[in-house]
Design a protein around this ligand. Structure first.
Ligand code: WT7
Length: 653
C-alpha cells in the first residue's frame, strides 16, 4: 500500500444495532461505561487493580517498567505461581467445584474438580522433577484435547519451567523445529489422539521428530487409544504410570513476574515460525481479567471455549483465564461433526452451557449444515456468545445470535492475537450496543488507534492500520532468541506504536471494524478494498455459506476481484447463480467491489486453526506454483480449486 488517499477504502454501510439485554447491567462484572473512562484516566492503575485479583507471593515494586522500549516489563519485583493461582487458591472455598466437564470424541466422559486437578498436577510435577525439569526448564507438549494436556501445562508452571504446546495436527517436522528452537529437554505426548473418527499417531510422529532432536532426553506418553506404539526403553515413559508413582505433595515455586510462562509458535505467512514469548504476572493478569469481564463470568456459568489448546485461544481461554477465575468449563476432544452434525449442540445441552466461545469459520460451517441441528436441542441456558479468529460476517453474526443465542444473547466479537495474549478489542456484554461485524471498542486499559501511511490518525470512517499505542500487561515480550526480529516485525513501521498487521476503521460512534490482514488488501483501479467487506456481501446472499476473495493481477484494473464461494448444503450452483451473486455484491456495496470472477467450490483452503489462506487463492488465480502449504489443513482442495479456476477464469462483463 503506497501512494495518496486512504490506506483502505471502507465501503460497507452499517445496519442494525442491538442494545445490551435489559436488566443485565446491575448484575454484570462491568455494568457501566464509566469503566472505560476510569481506565483511560489511569491505565496502569487499572491494570494494577486487575493484577491484585491474583495471588502474589511477594508484591511488585514497579507496575510498568518502560525504561527500554519496546521491551516492556510488568509488575517487576513481584513473584507468583501461575499453577497456584489456577488451582491451590480455589481449594479452600471451591475445591469440589468442577474445573472441566471433559468429553472424549468416542463418547467417554469425565468431570474433574479443582481438588482432583490440583492433585494430578502436583503428582505429575513431581514426576517431571524426577526427569530433571526444574525452574527455568523447557518442556514441549504435543497432544490432543485430553485432560493430561492442561495437567502437563500446569505441572510445568508449578515448577517454574516454560512450556511450548505444539498443535496435535502438526507434522513431525513442525514438532522437531519447534522443540529444537525452544530447547526442550522433555516432550510430552500421547499414543494416539481421536479426531473425526480417526486415530492420529502422535507417538509415531514424536518418534520421527525425536530422531532428529538430540536435545530432548525423555518422551512422556499419555495413554489414550491404548493401542500399541513403538517404545524406546530409557527414553520413553507412560504419563499415568509416573504420575501415579509420584508424591502428591509439590510446593508451587514462586516465580518472577517476568519469568517466561510459555512460548507459542505462530507460522505467519512467510519465514521461520516465530516463538511468541509470554511471561507470568502480566499474562495471567490479562487473561484472567478479560475472561471475567468480556464473558461477564458468574458463579453459576458453564463456560465452553470450543477452541484447541494448541492455539493461544486455548491457552488463555481454556486453561489460564478460566482456571485463574475458578470457572467451570467444558472441554471436548473431537471434531464437531462426529458422529453427527448435532454433536456440538448435544454437548452444549448436556452440560447446560451458558457461555460459548468459538470461531467464525465454525459458525459458518454450522450455518451451512442448516438450522435444524441446533433447533432440536435445548440451548436456552446460553446467555453470552463469543467469536474470535477472523472478522465475523454480519450474516454469520445474526445467525449465531438467532439460532444459538435464542435471539437475545449478546455476541462478543473479540479481536486479539497470539502476540497480544488476551482480548484487546471487544464489546462488554452489559454495556455495549452491538453492531454485527464490529468488535466494538478497545477494552478498558487498552489504547488502540487507526493510522495512515504517515503514522497519523486517519479521519473517522476511513480505513488504515490498527496500532496499539500503550503497552499492556499480556503483551508478548519478544520473539524467542530473536529480539531484532521482534523490533523489526512489530515496532519499526511506526516507531513507538505496536503494528498489529490488521486493517481497521473506526466509525462515528468510536466502534472498530476490523478489515482483515493488511497483506490481503486488494487494489482495484486505485481503490484499496478489504477482503472482508466483499466476502460479507457474498455471505449475505441466502445461497452462500462461505466466501473468500483475493485480488488477482489484471492488466486494466491493476487487480481484479476473484471470489471463491461455498454454497449452503442443498443449494445447486449454476451460471445464473454466479451472475446473481456478482450483482448482489454490486448492489450491496457498489460496482467497484463486483467480483470479476466467482468459482464455486466445496471448501476453502484453511489453516489448521480455521483461517482462510488467501495467499494460496491468489497463487491459484494467477496460475502460479503454490507457495508454502505446510500449515494447510485440507491440501486437496487447492488442487481442485485450481482446476476449476483454470476451466472458468473470467466472467466479467
Ligand atoms: C489474527 C491473529 C486471537 C486468537 C486466535 C487467533 C485475526 C482474530 C479477530 C476478530 C477480526 C480477528 C486478526 C489477527 N482476528 N480475532 N475478532 N476480528 N480479525 O490468533 O492466530 O495470532 O491470529 O486473527 O487478523 O491479527 P492468531
Amino acid at each position: 500500500m503506497t501512494g495518496n488517499g486512504p490506506a483502505i477504502d471502507a465501503l460497507q454501510q452499517e445496519g442494525v444495532t442491538y442494545p445490551p439485554p435489559p436488566g443485565m447491567a446491575p448484575y454484570a462484572v462491568i455494568g457501566s461505561a464509566a469503566a472505560y473512562a476510569r481506565a483511560e484516566a489511569d491505565p496502569i492503575g487499572w491494570w494494577e487493580e486487575q493484577a491484585h485479583r491474583l495471588q502474589w507471593d511477594s508484591p511488585w515494586d514497579v507496575a510498568l517498567d518502560d525504561s527500554t522500549p519496546p521491551f516492556y516489563r510488568w509488575f517487576t519485583g513481584g513473584t507468583l505461581n501461575a499453577a497456584a493461582n489456577c488451582l491451590d487458591r480455589h481449594l479452600p472455598e471451591r475445591g469440589d467445584r468442577v474445573a472441566f466437564h471433559w468429553e472424549g470424541e468416542p463418547g467417554d466422559r469425565m468431570s474433574i474438580t479443582y481438588r482432583e486437578l490440583h492433585e494430578r498436577v502436583c503428582r505429575f510435577a513431581n514426576a517431571l522433577k524426577d526427569l530433571g525439569v526444574e525452574r527455568g526448564g523447557r518442556v514441549a507438549i504435543y497432544m490432543g484435547m485430553i485432560l493430561e494436556l492442561p495437567i502437563a501445562m500446569l505441572a510445568c508452571a508449578r515448577l517454574g519451567a516454560a512450556h511450548t504446546v505444539v498443535f496435535g495436527g502438526f507434522s513431525a517436522e513442525a514438532l522437531r523445529d519447534r522443540m529444537e528452537d525452544f530447547g526442550a529437554t522433555v516432550l510430552i505426548t500421547q499414543d494416539h489422539s481421536f479426531r473425526a473418527g480417526k486415530k492420529v499417531p502422535l507417538k509415531a510422529n514424536s518418534d520421527d521428530a525425536l530422531a532428529q532432536a538430540p536435545g530432548v532426553r525423555h518422551c512422556v506418553v499419555a495413554r489414550r487409544s491404548e493401542e500399541p506404539v513403538d517404545w524406546t526403553e530409557g527414553r520413553d515413559l507412560w504419563f499415568q504410570d509416573i504420575e501415579d508413582a509420584a508424591d502428591p505433595d509439590c510446593p508451587a515455586e514462586p516465580m518472577d513476574s517476568e519469568q517466561m510462562l510459555y512460548a507459542l509458535y505462530t507460522s505467519g505467512t512467510t519465514g521461520k515460525p516465530k516463538g511468541i514469548v509470554h511471561t507470568t504476572g502480566g499474562y495471567l493478569t490479562g487473561a484472567s481479567s478479560t475472561h471475567r469481564t468480556v464473558f461477564d463470568l458468574r458463579d453459576d456459568d458453564i463456560y465452553w471455549c470450543a477452541a484447541d489448546i494448541g492455539w493461544v485461544t486455548g491457552h488463555s481461554y481454556i486453561v489460564y483465564g478460566p482456571l485463574a477465575n475458578g470457572a467451570t468449563s467444558v472441554m471436548y476432544e473431537g471434531a464437531p461433526a462426529f458422529p453427527s452434525h448435532n454433536r456440538i449442540w448435544e454437548i452444549a445441552e448436556r452440560y447446560r452451557v451458558s457461555i460459548l466461545y468459538t470461531a467464525p469459520t465454525a459458525i459458518r460451517t454450522y450455518m451451512k449444515w442448516g438450522d435444524t441441528f441446533p433447533q432440536v436441542h435445548d440451548l436456552s441456558r446460553i446467555r453470552i456468545l463469543g467469536s474470535v479468529g477472523e472478522p465475523i460476517n454480519p450474516e454469520a453474526w445474526e445467525w449465531y445470535r438467532d439460532h444459538i443465542g435464542g435471539g437475545t444473547a449478546p455476541v462478543v466479537d473479540t479481536w486479539w492475537q497470539t502476540e497480544t495474549g488476551s482480548i484487546m478489542i471487544s464489546p462488554l456484554p452489559a454495556v455495549s450496543t452491538l453492531k454485527p461485524g464490529s468488535a466494538s471498542r478497545p477494552m478498558p486499559g487498552i489504547s488502540a488507534r487507526v493510522v495512515g501511511e504517515d503514522g497519523q490518525d486517519v479521519p473517522r470512517g476511513q480505513g488504515g492500520y490498527l496500532v496499539i499505542d500503550k503497552p499492556w500487561p499480556s503483551m508478548l515480550r519478544t520473539l524467542l532468541g530473536d529480539d531484532d526480529r521482534y523490533v523489526e516485525t512489530y515496532w519499526s513501521r511506526f516507531p513507538g506504536l505496536y503494528l498489529a498487521g490488521d486493517g481497521c476503521r473506526i466509525d462515528d460512534d468510536g466502534d472498530f471494524w476490523l478489515l482483515g490482514r493488511i497483506d490481503d488488501v486488494m487494489n482495484v483501479s486505485g481503490h484499496r478494498l478489504s477482503t472482508i467487506e466483499v466476502e460479507s456481501a457474498l455471505v449475505d446472499h441466502p445461497a452462500v455459506a462461505e466466501a473468500a476473495v483475493v485480488g488477482r493481477a489484471d492488466e486494466v484494473t491493476g487487480e481484479a476481484i476473484a471470489a471463491f464461494v461455498t454454497l449452503r448444503d442443498g443449494v445447486a450452483g449454476d451460471d445464473a447463480l454466479i451472475t446473481e451473486l456478482r450483482n448482489h455484491v454490486a448492489t450491496q456495496i457498489g460496482p467497484i467491489a463486483k467480483p470479476a470472477s466467482i468459482v464455486l467450490t466445496a471448501d476453502l483452503p484453511k489453516t489448521r486453526s480455521g483461517k482462510i489462506m488467501r495467499r494460496l487463492l491468489r497463487d491459484v488465480s494467477e496460475q502460479r506454483k503454490l507457495g508454502d502449504v505446510t500449515t494447510l489443513a485440507n491440501e486437496e482442495i487447492v488442487t481442485e480449486i485450481a482446476a476449476l479456476a483454470v476451466a472458468n477464469p473470467h466472467q466479467e462483463d
